[in-house]
Write a protein that binds this ligand. Sequence first.
Ligand code: ATP
Ligand code: MG
Length: 183
Amino acid sequence: MRVRRLEINGFKSFADKTVVDFPLGMCAVVGPNGCGKSNVVDSIRWVLGEQSPKQLRGHSREDVIFNGSTGRRPLGVAEVSLVFENTGDITHQSFADLAEIMVTRRLYRSGESEYLINKIPCRLKDIQQLLMDTGLGNRSYAIIEQGRVAAFIEAKPEERRLWVEEAAGITRYKNQKKLSLRK
Ligand code: ATP
Ligand code: MG
């Protein structure tokens, strides 16, 4: 699975629709302080289901919606889409054959929120299941922010094991086992 494109609309400082392409190879986001580099990373975390406003450097859920600037009124909705190229590691039955998969999250100022896969409404759980074991899952190690390396070193063995399990690709099976034992 490879991230191919990010579309940001109304999220944090991105009042206008902004499309970021990630061509093969190494990509870097550069720019002056405050131009929105970290907001790009926040938007990726958010579309992948991050629920904690603190992790997104905010106080409340709605803080991710563009809240206005000089001469620009606040917006009522934030939307982010992340497009993946299927490199053959998608095991989810419904999506394994697709060349591209788009995951979308939308949040209205009223508090209403939506998740979509390829423009079809779904549950956050569906997105989590799709991404499980790809490294972008719940215990994602695809985004290594400041302090994460230290957190890994200082983590309890049980916590560290969860990361290793995600990297080894067995989170999906552990999850299925847990669900079937519950039935
Ligand atoms: P640095 O180089 O200092 O790390 P950066 O490029 O990472 O900077 P960001 O932290 O991504 O910058 O962006 C900060 C800007 O985003 C600030 O100007 C802030 O006002 C703006 N911002 C954050 N949330 C919103 C929002 N909801 N609406 C409008 N602007 C916002
Ligand atoms: Mg920054």
